[in-house]
Each structure stands twice: as C-alpha cells, then as structure tokens.
Design a protein around this ligand. Sequence first.
Ligand code: FAD
Length: 287
Amino acid sequence: MRYEAPESVEGAVSLLAGGGPRGRVLAGGTDLLVQLRAGAIAPDLVVDIKRIGETREIREQDGSFVIGAAVTGAELGEHAKIKSTWPGVVEAAELIGSTQIQGRASLAGNLCNASPAADTVPALVAAAARCRIAGPKGMRRVAVEDVCTGPGQLSLGDGEFVVAFELPERPARSADAYLRFIPRTEMDIAVVGAGVNLSFDEEGRCTAARVALGAVAPIVILVEEAGAALLGTECGNAALDAMAAAARAACRPIDDKRGTAQYRTKVAGVLATRAARIAADRAREVG
Ligand SMILES: Cc1cc2nc3c(=O)[nH]c(=O)nc-3n(C[C@H](O)[C@H](O)[C@H](O)COP(=O)(O)OP(=O)(O)OC[C@H]3O[C@@H](n4cnc5c(N)ncnc54)[C@H](O)[C@@H]3O)c2cc1C
C-alpha cells in the first residue's frame, strides 16, 4: 500500500485520478484505519489530505463559513464564532466518539464514510451546507444531501475528493440544533439523529425551515414536508405535531439491535420536535 501526503489540491487530485479504483482519501482516519485493521478494505493507495492548507482551515467569507474537509470536531468546538452561529452543526461534531476521536475526526470523513447514522450529516443538511469537491475537471459545489447515494456509496467521481464545506450566510432570527438518541450515554451510533434549522420574521413567524433525519433511511434525508409544516407558523404545538407527523412519514428505517423500525420512526418525530424547539429558542435568543 502506497501512502502519499500531497500539499496541494491538484496534487491530491492527480494522485487519486491516477491511482486506480482502490485509492482512498485519509482525513482523521477514525473510520479508515479501523476498516483497514479489520481487513474490510485494502486500498492500493492512501492519500492523506491533512497537509493541504485548504482542508485544514476555517474561514469566514461575507458572513458565511468555509470549513476545511479535515478540520476536526475539536477545532470546530474551539471556534467561538462558528459555535455561536451554527450551534447545531458544532454540537453534532462534538457528539462524535470521545475526546480522543474528536481530535482527529473530520466533517468530510463523517460524510464520506457514508453511514446513514453519521452525526454531522443531518446537521449539515439542515444547515443547507454545500461541499466543494475537487476533481480532474476542476472544482464543483454539491449540496451535502447529494453526496451519499447509499450506505458506503458516494456520488464522487474518479479522482474527486471533498476539499471544504460552505455554510451559508446566517439571516437574523435564525438558528439550528441537532439531537441524537443512542442506547447509552456516549460512544454509540445514533438510533435516530435529527437536525433542524429555522428562521423567523420580526413577528415571530417561521420563514425558512429545514429538517433532516439520520439513521431512518439508507441515507440521511431532508424532509421537505416537515419543514413546510412549520412555515408561516410560530412553531407552536399544532405546527410541531404536523412537522413530527411529516418526519415520521418520511422514515424508512431498518430493524437492528439498536431499535426496531417502528421505534426509530416514533423517536424520529420526538427528536425532530425537540430539536425544532431548541432551534426556535436559540433563534429568539440571538434576535
Ligand atoms: C470509537 C469511535 C467512536 C465513534 N463515534 C462516532 C459517533 O458518535 N458519531 C459518528 O457519526 N461517528 C462516529 N465514529 C466514526 C468516525 O469517527 C466519524 O465518522 C469521523 O467523522 C470520520 O472522520 P475521519 O476524518 O476520521 O475520517 P477518515 O477515517 O479519514 O475517512 C472516513 C471515510 O471517508 C473518506 N474520506 C475522508 N475524507 C474525505 C474527503 N475529504 N473526500 C472524500 N472522501 C473522504 C475516507 O476515504 C474513508 O472512506 C466513531 C469512530 C470511532 C472509532
């Protein structure tokens, strides 16, 4: 197995494009190294992206944020501005594993591992985050919800990798939240994850709402009907009940040792409601 650590985006692209189908990107390695050790994968080439400047920085650009693909959960948690602007995205990253794991685990690794239960993905989808993807044909931007196509499956082409995430400009009176349910207090995989991002007008009516669910379908889902149920409302009980019903209706979960499909579906409605209440409270606080 060949290990390379290029210092430019172009260098990584040419290695990945020329390395054949068994090339893999390495960010924090908290998924990749486990899979390597378990013999689940045997890449010919591993391209470590952490020496590429763009993958390691957090930049603010006209009110929006660009977060490098290999920025760790710990680094996100230490960034006061991003934490106050996108608390849901940061709390999702801070739920990953343990302190040690958070010192390595990245947003791009969480997304590109393509687990339906990945914690940061519902939060990023709710935030309407986009990926900057570099490849042999240059740079393209893709909504986070369009990157995974199934468990372990990505829409990335040969030689492509995620360079960074873009979080859009934050309007006034808006905020996000992420909640997950696991069978124990930490170090487990989500039974359900729910990310909600809300905006309100001066009268307190909801003007934008995105609700995303993890671990209830083969990929993280953006439930447009759930967001639509909140629009124009003050996110009171009736609107939240309608939102929860739409969230439950979108669930297509599996049964496994963490919960039955029926249980996951019920929890999805409960978590989406709680996350929406938190996001609404936060939006009112920031004003
Ligand atoms: C003990 C433990 C606890 C964990 N707990 C959680 C948890 O609570 N919640 C959770 O969601 N996950 C959890 N995980 C899984 C893992 O830590 C996360 O998915 C993490 O975010 C992966 O990031 P990474 O940088 O380590 O990715 P890596 O392991 O480096 O990469 C993961 C995958 O993504 C690909 N990849 C990485 N970067 C890119 C890129 N820029 N472009 C294209 N492909 C890329 C790699 O080739 C690989 O297939 C846990 C793992 C461990 C070992």
